[in-house]
Structure formats: C-alpha cells, structure tokens
Design a protein around this ligand. Structure first.
Ligand SMILES: NC(=O)C1=CN([C@@H]2O[C@H](COP(=O)(O)OP(=O)(O)OC[C@H]3O[C@@H](n4cnc5c(N)ncnc54)[C@H](O)[C@@H]3O)[C@@H](O)[C@H]2O)C=CC1
Ligand SMILES: O=C(O)CCC(=O)C(=O)O
Length: 421
C-alpha cells in the first residue's frame, strides 16, 4: 500500500474480488483474472543522436484472451512500472468485455521520457519495440494502440515495421493509425467523445441534462482536450483545464480553441491568459466548485487524502485508474457518482474495434456513420451498467462494481464454455 492508500493494481483487484462476490462467480475466476496470462519484457537498443547506444526497457502484458485477441494501448512514460502495466492490462480485459468487444485485454509500456528524444530517436525506439514484439502480436493475437505518450505517427511506424517483417501489409495489427494508413478520423477524438457521451447520459439522470453544467478537466492531452471539446459541444461549460505543469481556471468558462492554441504554441496551457482567468495547480483542479470533474491524466490522483475535498457531484474517469479504492468508498458514501474508466473512457477502444473491423475487410465507413456506430455501442453499455447498478442497489454498490460484474459475467461465461474452469 502506498502513502496515497491502495495502489492502482490493488484497487483493481479489490473491485474484481467484490464483483465476483456480488455476481456469485466461483473463486477460480479470481485465481485466473487476478494475474496476467503472459508478460513479455523487451530491451530495445537505440543509437542516439550523440552516437551512443541507449537501451530502453519495455513490456507487453497479455492479461486474458478468453473473449478474443488481447487489445490495449502502449504507454511511453518515464515512470512506467511493470505493476502499473499489469493493472492497465487487467482493466483492458474488463473494459473490452464490458463493451461487448471480441477482445481480451493487454497493455504495453516503455520507460522513456519521449519529450527528450529527437524524432529520429523516437522512430527508432517505436520500430524497435514493434520488432521485439512482432512474434507475440498480430491482428488475431494482440492488437496494440496508443496511450499516454504515443500517437498515430508512432502507430504508423509500428505497423510499417510489423508489415516489413510479415512481408505484406497488415493494417489490423495496430489501431488508431493515421487516416491515410487505414485509420479512421473518429479515432483521434473517440475517447474524449465517449467521456462526453457518458457524462451527458449521467447528467440527464442526475440533473435532467448537461446544459450549463460546469466542468474541470485534469490533463489536456488526447483524452482531456477532446473530452472538453465534446462536453462543450453538448452544452456544458468548461471552466478549468490543466496539463503536467499546472493549469488555468475561469469561473465564467474558458475559450477552448484559444487554450489549445496556447498549449500547441508554448507547450502548456499555463501560458493562457484572459480577463478573469487565474492559474491553478493539479491538486487544485480536483477540488474546484464544479458539477463535473474529468480526471484525464494519470492514475491515483483522487485518493484518501483529497477525496473529502472534492465538490463535484459527477466524476468521469477519462484516465485509467484515477480514483483509488479508498477514495471511491468516501465519495460513494457522499453520493458522488463516479463513472469508471472501463466505461467512461471506452470510446477509444470501441473505436479501435471499428477501425480493426474496417482493416480486416479493407472496407471503410465515413466519419458520421462511424461515429453513430460508436455512440450506439456506448449507449448500450451505459444502459446495461445503469440497469445492473440499479438491480444490485445503488447505495450498497458503486457504478464501478456494477460495471465489473457486467464484464466478469461475459469473461466467466467464455472461460466456462472454453472449458478453462
Ligand atoms: N488515448 C486514448 O485513446 C486513451 C487514453 N486513456 C487514458 O487517458 C489518460 C490520458 O491519456 P492520453 O490523453 O492518451 O495521453 P496524452 O499523452 O495525450 O496526454 C496526457 C496529458 O496529461 C498531462 N499530464 C501528465 N502528467 C500529469 C499530471 N501529473 N497532472 C496533470 N496532467 C498531467 C499531460 O501534460 C498531457 O496533457 C491515461 O490514463 C490513459 O491511459 C484511456 C482510454 C483511451
Ligand atoms: O484503442 C485501444 O486499443 C487502446 C485503448 C486503451 O489503451 C485504453 O482504453 O486504455
């Protein structure tokens, strides 16, 4: 246990245990799902611009494939650990199952401060990672995608490297690729879109609608920016955003396009200025007097030390694992709704699934048709989770626990008919 309380992996396993009790599944399910099927460690040598070789350590955790090929992103971050990667891969198994996808769960990581690499070094590292993993991945085996610190360009290098090894074009081995290389334009914003759809649906139940509700967003990367963009489009008012350096708050609302332009130009939203806007820290953003809080950066930011200071009534987990199990207990007892990661940020992987289907058939839908398909899947999940939560009892059970029961049910039934248990 860390100073902040339960670690990310401990929180995930606690919820799994509880879901197994609530659903009445055999203990064997816990034995299998509480550890990954396979962990691959790779050491990737890269010739740096200074002429020296630097070796980067990476992982791919393949957690469970009862429902289909492993699926989940790749994180490039200086502080990744194997334990964190296991937690992220475990959540992927439940996220994919919950959303009805034909996938198991996996996650990759490389310990690197990518901001310090030149473009050539980053390309070498990305190709090296794809080469090292090539024997263990593939469109019917394991399909990686981006996460923190990785993007469509990196997916393009990786799919190119894998295709060279395979001796043919293999579009379906990575998702969230550039549109020109078999990607789909919706993937760029799909995780943020999903965050906003979940927030909008929950807001209808809590307040009758999302119009005018105030929002604070921690993290202004892919998920945070597009989450804020779609929330605003749906009628909410985004009043605060932060990135790794800190952020800005204006109770009257922020002009997102201007904030984004400042971030793109100077590297941080901190340099945004306008009348009535003040600077805030990453701790402050969580405790602002807002209706909706969207943690969209890293894990364990809402913990037992700050849970009591949170004022939002609705927390929408754009990030994976932003709330520790201890914090969730405190917030649930106060009636705060937490829309959990495996549901609220699933727009990304659901869209990856649609891209993969396109790639397998070499047939592509247009943007609107794709977004409609994505939204339909997200709404179906929302309704199933709410029904399950109501059945289990909203005061005794958290939304996360209800979502885990829904996910474990599919995985359990798949493992049972396969004869694994
Ligand atoms: N990209 C995707 O499709 C998906 C991402 N996620 C999760 O969403 C979260 C964010 O991922 P992305 O937006 O893809 O990453 P990203 O790399 O595009 O952006 C991360 C953002 O978080 C900020 N940040 C980093 N450390 C921070 C800190 N200590 N405090 C506040 N902000 C900090 C960065 O400055 C950046 O703005 C992660 O938890 C990831 O696992 C979940 C589902 C899908
Ligand atoms: O699109 C994907 O497969 C990546 C999804 C992911 O890593 C996540 O949902 O956390």
């Amino acid at each position: 246990m860390s100073l902040r309380g339960t670690t990310f992996l401990e929180s995930v396993l606690q919820t799994l245990k509880r879901a197994i009790e609530l659903g009445g599944y055999p203990q064997e399910v816990y034995e299998i799902l509480s550890r990954p099927q396979r962990i691959i460690t790779v050491n990737i040598p890269v010739r740096m611009d200074n002429g020296k070789i630097q070796v980067f350590t990476g992982y791919r955790v393949q957690h469970n494939n009862a429902l289909g090929p492993y699926k989940g992103g790749i994180r490039f971050h200086p502080e990744v650990t194997l334990e964190e990667d296991i937690a992220l891969a475990t959540v992927m198994t439940f996220k994919n199952a919950l959303n009805g996808l034909p996938y198991g769960g996996g996650k990759g990581a490389v310990a690197v401060d990518y901001k310090k690499l030149s473009k050539r070094e980053l390309e070498e590292l990305s190709r090296g990672y794809a080469r090292a993993l090539a024997p263990f991945i593939g469109p019917e085996v394991d399909i990686p995608a981006p996460d923190v610190g990785t993007d469509p360009q990196i997916m393009a290098w990786m799919v190119d490297e894998y295709s060279k090894i395979a001796g043919r074009n293999v579009p379906g081995v990575f998702t969230a690729k550039p549109v020109i290389l078999w990607g789909n334009p919706v993937r760029e914003y799909s995780t943020g879109f999903g965050v906003a759809v979940w927030a909008r649906e929950a807001a209808k139940k809590l307040w009758g609608g999302i119009e005018g509700k105030t929002v604070a967003v921690q993290g202004f990367g892919n998920v945070g920016y597009w989450g804020a963009y779609w929330l605003e489009k749906m009628g909410a008012k985004v009043v605060a955003v932060t990135d790794s350096k800190g952020g800005v708050y204006n109770p009257n609302g922020l002009k997102l396009t201007d904030v984004k332009a400042v971030k793109d130009k100077t590297g941080t939203v901190m340099n945004y200025d306008s009348p009535g806007t003040r600077k805030i820290t990453n701790d402050e953003v969580l405790e602002l007097p807002v209706d909706i809080l969207v943690p969209a950066a890293l894990e364990n930011v809402i913990h037992r030390g700050n849970a009591n200071n949170i004022k939002a009534k609705l927390i929408v987990e754009g990030a994976n694992g932003p709330t520790t199990a201890d914090a969730e207990k405190i917030l649930h007892s106060k009636g705060v709704w937490i829309l959990p990661d495996l549901a609220a940020n699933a727009g990304g992987v659901v869209m990856s699934y649609l891209e993969w289907v396109e790639n397998l058939q070499w047939y592509f839908w247009d943007e609107e048709e794709t977004r409609n398909k994505l939204e339909r899947i997200l709404l179906d999940t929302f309704n199933r989770v709410m029904n399950r939560w109501n059945k289990l009892g909203t005061s005794q059970v958290t939304i996360r626990e209800a979502a885990y029961v829904e996910a474990v049910d599919r995985i359990y039934n798949a493992m049972k008919v396969r004869g694994w248990i």
